[in-house]
Design a protein. Sequence first.
Length: 320
Amino acid sequence: MIQHTAPLFSVVIPLYNKEECVRRSLDSVLGQEYSDFELIIVNDGSTDGSVAVVQSYNDERIKLISQRNQGVSVARNNGVLAARGKWVAFLDADDQYHSQFLKRIAESIVRFPDAGCVYARVDWLKQGEVINLHHGQVAETEAKMLPDYLGHVVFENGLEIHTSGVSIRRDVFDSVGLFPEGVKVGEDSDLWLRVALSTKVVYIPESLSTYFMDAGGSNWEQEQDREAYWLETYRKWLNEGKIPDELTASAEAYRQKYYLAKALRFALLNDKKRARRIIRQHAFIRKAPIKDYILAWLYAYVPRELLKFALRLINKKLSQ
């Protein structure tokens, strides 16, 4: 019996009723410049022609697993459990990798052998146009170790991990666990928090995959109005002393930044009462950057017409 050497990467794609776009995702993986990978598709009880699309490929690197419909977390977890690669990368069935995704991740693994997580920038595409979430970092391409991922996000305005742009060393799951099952929104953010608090993270400030915002099934809008699941994990880890001392301050700042962004969102929706309540309950002792407080406070407490008038004056002054 021939024993195949385990690949460096296992790419896991959870699949549920994506007949119209799964071919795009599959092609983007199979067309990678770096070829040492296996591709695991976990069919989560699809009822359309998604499985037939997968079965139309004749490539020994593809492994199809089928399960009854149990949700994306169970599908991803079963993919991780079936993975033979040293590193596990994820891709949603309606997103796509750029051709150098695995190559750039592999280069970073060699350069930073202690890393347990490598992630890259992801383009957010809506109605054919890229939404700029790059915070002025577009010119950077050099991978870098982040001593404090949460601090990078909070204090350096860095981009957060996206499921279709990350790869995690497989043994990291042994210590931090898998995706939380039964959670419909924000299940990925919970895993990223545990990973960031437990292993070294490398960031590649280069667009290496695309997230299609218009694809059906996206929970991004829902996530803005619900309490993030990762907050429960944060509180639990804090009470159990599992957050490293050197990361405690940035973890708390990350929590506050989340609530300040939530308050700002409600204020912009003209629900100032709710915005003020969030600020009072969750961000009364400042840990996040002052600009986040000022922005949330202004929109939550200053009357909108007065704020518009003040902003017009500021813009006029700046244009002179």
